[in-house]
Design a protein around this ligand. Structure first.
Ligand code: FMN
Length: 355
């Protein structure tokens, strides 16, 4: 997740349980141009294996070149191609979730990545949405095209671009894709608890699950997932004291990664509300925590929390993070009439990463 799954957060999560922890979305052009911010974003911790890199591309040549760079410079052990971004600035240019509609272009991008990664034995996966909207669904066709192109797995977020993050993810679509493909299919959407993951596997037959918003302010969800998939019943319900310790460590890891106490604390601010969701903590203290600039300041404020406060179980199973309403999908003019057009949409290559 852009802005979230940096080295610091991935480490916090990985310490809870095994999994494939993917970096923030990196744009192929910014990588090729060695944009300093992008190069910083593809940093992995020395012990981090496999190094899982997510790329965004709209041009087969640029995507192929970016993957060749990853191979030549040994930058990652797994590459995921993201075709799920619903942000208007991206779809308006034909990128992200709009791109699979141009089926030939989509297949060429995926093939270019797979061919460039093959000599190094690096698996390539694809992540996508159901389509642009209910009248323009692409997931089965795109899944088959990705399979033909040689990807190792496909992940489906069971929403269309028009749905953004609203409503419920369509797990039936995930089941349908699983039926249609021979390669592993991963399901994504609305895994808020470990038991949701078990339910998704049972209902859809998927080979694995992808977790997004459920881990916001809850790195221990991955301990629960590990327990659930091992058939163990225990689930973590940390007290406020344990949550405060996790918050402190998260901030500390961000400070370490960003190399600046202030930058680390500022980046940590966005996580405060997620960590405290449902706990009885006054608005003034919440506001103060969400404006910290120094670790000592954070410590003093965390000391004001009641460490014995039990976990607010009423928040279990509820959405976290972004849940915005559905909206019109902005597309380039004539996009819907250009399914077989292979040309690269103009201006769709983002210059910056993390979008
Ligand atoms: C803040 C935020 C940033 C995201 N960034 C990315 C991203 O960089 N790459 C990606 O594939 N998905 C990204 N997503 C989408 C999630 O990975 C996931 O597909 C989506 O939230 C649905 O899963 P969930 O219901 O588990 O959250 C992002 C979602 C959010 C809320």
């Amino acid at each position: 997740m852009a802005g979230i799954t940096n080295v610091a957060f991935r480490r916090l999560c990985r310490e809870q349980g095994d999994g494939l922890y993917i970096c923030e979305m990196i744009t192929t052009r910014a990588l090729l141009e060695r944009n300093p911010r992008t190069l910083r974003m593809i940093a992995f911790a020395p012990e981090e294996r496999p190094r899982s890199l997510q790329l965004y591309g709209t041009d087969p040549e640029i995507t192929g070149a970016a993957v060749r760079m990853v191979v030549a410079e040994n930058l990652a052990d797994h590459i995921d191609l993201n075709f799920g971004c619903p942000v208007p600035k991206v779809t308006r240019k034909g990128g992200g979730a709009a791109l699979p509609w141009r089926r030939r272009l989509f297949a060429r991008i995926v093939r270019a990545a797979v061919e460039a990664a093959a000599p190094a034995g690096i698996p390539v996966t694809v992540k996508m949405r159901k389509g642009i909207d209910d009248d323009h669904l692409t997931y089965v066709e795109a899944g088959l095209a990705a399979q033909d192109a040689g990807v190792a797995a496909v992940a489906l977020h069971g929403r269309t671009a028009a749905q953004r993050y609203s409503g419920n993810a369509d797990w039936e679509a995930i089941a349908e894709l699983k039926q249609a493909l021979d390669i592993p299919v991963l399901g994504n959407g609305d895994i808020w608890e470990a038991d949701d993951a078990l339910r998704m596997v049972e209902q859809t037959g998927v080979d694995g699950v992808v977790v997004g918003r459920g881990c916001l302010g809850r790195p221990w969800l991955f301990a629960d997932l590990a327990a659930a998939f091992a058939g163990r019943p225990e689930r973590k319900l940390p007290t406020l004291g344990e949550v405060a310790a996790m918050m402190r460590r998260h901030a500390e890891l961000l400070v370490e990664w960003l190399g600046s106490e202030r930058d680390g604390c500022v980046d940590f601010r966005k996580h405060v509300a997620w960590y405290l969701k449902g706990f009885p903590v006054g608005s003034e203290l919440r506001r103060a925590l969400a404006s910290v600039s120094r670790l000592a300041e954070l410590d003093a404020l965390l000391a004001e929390l009641d460490p014995a406060e039990p976990f607010p179980v009423h928040t279990l199973g509820k959405p976290r993070g972004r849940t915005n309403s559905p909206g019109k999908v902005f597309l380039p003019e004539g996009w819907l009439e250009s399914r077989d057009d292979e040309s690269v949409p103009e201006g769709a290559e983002l210059a910056d990463s993390g979008g």
